[in-house]
Design a protein around this ligand. Structure first.
Ligand code: ADP
Ligand code: MG
Length: 185
């Protein structure tokens, strides 16, 4: 059975081949498209590092279709992280790439290694903002992504400021499906 996953992508460290974080995020989106077939991808946005320290993040969200169940999807994403140059290290330190499962079409999922929706989803404007550009109507419990994004922006008007730095190159198959369907849970 095919599932829809929303994958949150983040990078705040350059990569030898892919360059600065926006280039790394773009490469991650291209790899997700190769691996799964991309349903949609948000613009890539730049976000100031938390607390003013550290390096800026580039973030985006990709919607991918897959038959994989969540545990297998997480394993596949971890492999992609390694392929894209992530090395095990400090959890909050600079990282070449982070691929998290924000949502999936199966609703709630919980295991020791994995919680979907992602625990921090409601607090992370750097995920909610891009996600709202591609799946505003996706419901998390009783609230839509659009609603959650607005609520967070209202609460933290001077919080993370995002600016768009580009849209990822997309495959023709993805472009053809761009207008397809309503994404609801
Ligand atoms: P971060 O919390 O910054 O994403 P890691 O990428 O190192 O840090 O993830 C730590 C662990 O979080 C993963 O090994 C995974 O088991 C767990 N995890 C729990 N829920 C999720 C999720 N929805 N998506 C991705 N990882 C998750
Ligand atoms: Mg992660």
């Amino acid at each position: 059975m095919s599932h829809l996953y929303a994958i949150a992508i983040g990078s705040n460290r350059p990569h030898g081949r892919h360059g600065r974080p926006p280039g790394v995020v773009e490469a991650a989106i291209a790899r997700l498209d190769q691996e799964f077939g991309l349903f949609d991808a948000s613009p890539i946005v730049l976000n100031a590092a938390h607390g003013g320290a550290g390096r800026d993040f580039a973030n985006a969200v990709a919607l991918v279709e897959s038959d994989l169940e969540p545990a297998d999807m997480l394993a596949r994403l971890k492999r992609l992280e390694r392929e894209l140059g992530r090395r095990p290290g400090r959890r909050w330190g600079p990282r070449v790439v982070d691929l998290d499962i924000a949502l999936w079409s199966g609703g709630e999922f919980r295991s020791r290694a994995l919680t979907i929706p992602h625990r921090q989803l409601g607090r992370r404007s750097f995920v909610l903002q891009p996600l709202a550009t591609i799946a505003p109507g996706w419901r998390v419990g009783s609230l839509s992504i659009r609603h959650l994004a607005h609520r967070l922006a209202r609460r933290r008007p001077r919080g993370l400021t995002a600016r768009q730095v580009g849209s990822p190159a997309i495959s023709p198959a993805f472009a053809a499906r761009r207008n397809v369907g309503v994404i609801t849970q």
